[in-house]
Design a protein around this ligand. Structure first.
Ligand code: FAD
Length: 466
């Protein structure tokens, strides 16, 4: 695609549209918005704009459409697949100033928010009204609802409560040509025409800019208990996940952490963590309406792990002890990054019964390729995070081995009925692998949808598809 480059003229026209205080072309801002949490890639925008309301977004998109300037939307900038990186330069449109919680509607159990609201702020605000917004990515205190919706973010609680897509009932979206549409609303059911909300959720900022979101809320479960269960090895922990699910126990979360991750976290935190010498751990949360309900599940779960020879577990009921158990899980990604600033993070998802096969085979494949790896993630929903570390390898060794490692890991996931991404999306760094997981007809339909909505190819180009 041929795009108009951003020059001084474009900057002053944007200043005319939005006002000077919302347009940034200084080196510091251009540098800041050149990267997100993706370690291997960065791109500099031509200009950064920070609209304060939907009408501003409409005006920027009309201008970009008429002038054929690429626009990359961004909310919290915590994405790990390069989705918010302006790979063609152009306008970086940051939604960070649109950060108001407009309404918590206690009658309808819904809330209406702007895209720049930090997810954790929303969860805490609705909890004050004894309501629950379950999607809880580990980046909960830095990622935003707009980005969460754009990739359908998940989190530990997906095993029981689903991911972001399960909570979106309404959207306001600005399309590439600057037209604006409201979809759905505060309704629990909706069979009114095509499911445009379903199309927008997970579209990674390539089809429209999300400027308002209506989300369904649940009553806050009053009781919860966390369990930390150590296993001798990776296979034991992975097998336990399948056994728990087979027993029809539905924990709120089942997180999985392997031995290497525990050691890196201990080094990073510079403090002892429970069961640090385990071959792998499961962190399980049971929640519910009554203590009785939780106790019954706890006994059944205890029975499952005892059958596997586990004698010792930690049970945490107070929020302080629960926080201590979760600390190790929450900092894994930061600890891995600290250990190896260059790394690659995969988030394949496999059917839950195939988790043991996947972890054993993928770990073996990475060892054979000669790459250090750390496995952790949302085992309860089959979404295993595989962090592959560059460590002391040369750039050339790293690139060759990584390409082979990704080919093998994806091949194993595919053979087991899995998919390329459970929650992070395709973005910039995985697009050349999409066609190995989606058949030709499906891919053709996806590309036609993109062409129909964005025939000028200005909205978040070079993402999802090659
Ligand atoms: C430490 C850490 C832990 C993480 N843990 C998890 C986890 O547990 N689960 C999980 O799912 N992810 C996790 N992530 C990844 C990341 O936080 C999520 O992908 C998150 O949803 C990104 O939100 P964001 O607001 O930062 O989006 P950004 O990074 O700003 O953008 C992400 C994508 O959404 C698009 N986008 C952003 N805003 C809009 C908008 N308003 N309209 C249209 N498109 C938009 C962007 O163009 C980009 O393609 C983690 C990341 C880190 C660094």
């Amino acid at each position: 695609m041929a795009y108009r480059a951003v020059d001084r003229g474009v900057v002053s026209e944007l200043e005319g549209i939005l006002g000077k205080s919302a347009v940034f072309a200084d080196p510091e801002n251009l540098e800041k918005y050149s990267s997100d949490e993706t370690t291997e890639v960065s791109f500099r925008p031509g200009v950064v704009v920070k609209p304060g309301k939907t009408a501003d977004v409409v005006a920027v998109m009309r201008y970009a459409w008429e002038n054929r300037i690429p626009v990359t939307p961004r909310s919290g900038g915590t994405g790990v697949v390069g989705g918010a990186l302006p790979s063609c330069g152009g306008i970086l449109l940051s939604l960070e100033r649109m950060n108001r919680i407009r309404e918590v509607d206690e009658e309808n159990l819904m809330c209406v928010v702007e895209p720049g609201v930090i997810t954790g702020d929303l969860a805490r605000r609705v909890a004050e009204s004894r309501l629950f917004y379950p999607p809880d990515p580990a980046s909960i205190d830095s990622s935003c609802i707009g980005g969460n919706v754009a990739v359908s973010a998940g989190g530990p609680s997906a095993v029981k409560y689903g991911t972001t897509k399960d909570y979106v009932t309404g959207l306001e979206v600005v399309f590439p040509d600057g037209s604006m549409a409201k979809m759905g609303g505060k309704v629990v059911k909706n069979a009114t025409g095509y499911d445009l909300i379903g199309l927008m959720v997970g579209s990674e900022g390539t089809l429209g800019i999300i400027t308002e979101v209506t989300l369904r809320l649940l009553p806050l479960p009053p009781h919860s208990v966390d369990l930390l269960i150590p296993f001798g090895d990776l296979t034991g922990a992975a097998t336990a996940v399948s056994e728990i699910i087979k027993e029809r126990i539905v924990p709120a979360t089942i997180e999985f952490i392997e031995a290497e991750a525990l050691r890196v976290v201990r080094e990073f935190l510079k403090k002892e963590i429970p069961f640090v010498d385990a071959g792998a751990q499961l962190l399980v949360r049971l929640d519910g309406e009554t203590k009785n309900h939780i106790e019954t599940d706890l006994e059944r779960l205890w029975e499952v792990v005892r059958r596997m020879g586990i004698e010792d577990i930690v049970v945490a009921e107070s929020s302080t002890t629960q926080d201590r158990l979760w600390e190790a899980r929450r900092v894994i990604r930061d600890a891995v990054q600290w250990k190896s600033p260059v790394k690659n993070g995969e988030d394949v998802v496999v059917p839950r019964s195939r988790i043991p096969d996947f972890v054993v085979r993928a770990k073996g494949a990475l060892d054979e390729v000669g790459l250090a790896s750390i496995f952790f993630g949302h085992a309860g929903d089959g979404n295993i995070h595989v962090e592959i570390l560059k460590g002391a390898l040369t750039d050339e060794e790293w690139e060759t081995r990584l390409a082979e490692a990704r080919r093998r890991v994806y091949g194993i996931a595919r053979e087991l009925g899995g998919l390329l991404s459970g929650e992070h999306g395709i973005g910039y760094i995985r697009k050349e692998y999409l066609d190995t997981f989606i058949d030709d007809a499906g891919l053709r339909v996806m590309k036609r949808i993109k062409e129909a909505i964005d025939p000028r190819g200005i909205l978040n180009p070079e993402k999802i598809f090659i």
